[in-house]
Design a protein. Sequence first.
Length: 75
Amino acid sequence: MKTKNEELKKLIEHIESYHNGDYIPIIIDLSRAIYMLHYVDKDDVGALKIQNTCFELYNLIECFYEAYQVRQQVA
């Protein structure tokens, strides 16, 4: 069975290589995605799907923000 770090290895590598380990650009991009989803035609996709996607993206934002706070406390 893989450990959590092994399962998230690709995500960690992506964050390190493309964002230099900085969570703020990721938080901003996720926030923009939520904002843009409000302009998607609800008839094409479905209001519930848009709402669920926004909810999941917001949860990711919270996770990255908490990780950012932990890094700031350590530094």
